[in-house]
Design a protein around this ligand. Structure first.
Ligand SMILES: CC(C)(COP(=O)(O)OP(=O)(O)OC[C@H]1O[C@@H](n2cnc3c(N)ncnc32)[C@H](O)[C@@H]1OP(=O)(O)O)[C@@H](O)C(=O)NCCC(=O)NCCS
Length: 187
């Protein structure tokens, strides 16, 4: 196998079990935290941290949370409700926390919260929040089943209930856009 990416993928895929245990797993088992100090390479032309830098960290932490829940390969299917609440500056310490809120057949919603600490003053700011959907994939790259999420705390139960509302809204939006596209095409 000469393609180094194919070799890496095959090596990683061989570690995933072919038969994943489908009993419900605690939401907390997917909890993921990443800390990164912001450097000049993360900045835009104004000297503030790029929104894209934060989105990359959000996607990375959320993907790890999804893999921890599914114990399989995953891909990002969508990122929605991403709100930037305050700017991030060079030197800030960014903390990204992610957890799977809910799982359906092959997809999982992951909630992410981003806070920054000003290392000089110790002041913390909540700078962004997001919800992402990941889909688990089998060895052939097809969507594969994921275990349900067990919400064990009041906060986890609230997040799971809200994730279900967002899923309904995503499906309704998809249907409404498809209907609008059909109407537009038939004019
Ligand atoms: C995400 C992906 C695997 C879905 O494949 P698909 O053949 O459309 O799968 P299906 O229609 O059978 O849907 C599978 C699941 O994905 C969910 N899904 C598909 N598209 C979605 C979207 N845009 N947003 C949220 N969920 C989505 C479906 O709701 C379904 O969930 P469920 O099984 O829990 O009900 C496929 O679109 C894909 O590979 N996209 C590219 C992903 C990628 O490369 N991401 C990185 C970008 S750099």
């Amino acid at each position: 196998m000469s393609d180094p990416w194919a070799r890496l993928r095959a090596q990683r895929d061989s570690q995933y079990s072919e038969s994943v245990d489908m009993s419900a797993r605690p939401a907390a088992g997917s909890q993921t935290q990443m800390c990164v100090a912001m450097e000049i390479s993360h900045a835009n032309n104004d000297g503030n941290v790029h929104g894209g830098t934060i989105m990359r960290l959000v996607d990375g932490a959320a993907g790890i949370a999804a893999m921890r829940h599914a114990r399989s390969r995953v891909v990002t299917a969508s990122m929605d409700d991403m709100s930037f609440l305050a700017p991030v500056y060079i030197g800030d310490l960014v903390t990204v926390r992610a957890m799977v809120n809910d799982a359906h057949s092959t997809s999982m919603e992951v909630g992410v919260r981003v806070d920054v600490e000003n290392i000089a003053t110790g002041e913390w700011r909540h700078v962004a929040s997001a919800h992402l959907v990941f889909v688990a994939l089998d060895a052939d790259g097809r969507p594969s089943p994921v275990p349900p999420v067990l919400a064990e705390t009041d906060d986890e139960a609230r997040r799971q209930a809200q994730a279900r509302v967002r899923r309904e809204q995503r499906l309704l939006r998809k249907q409404a856009l498809a209907a609008a596209a059909r109407d537009g095409a038939s004019r």
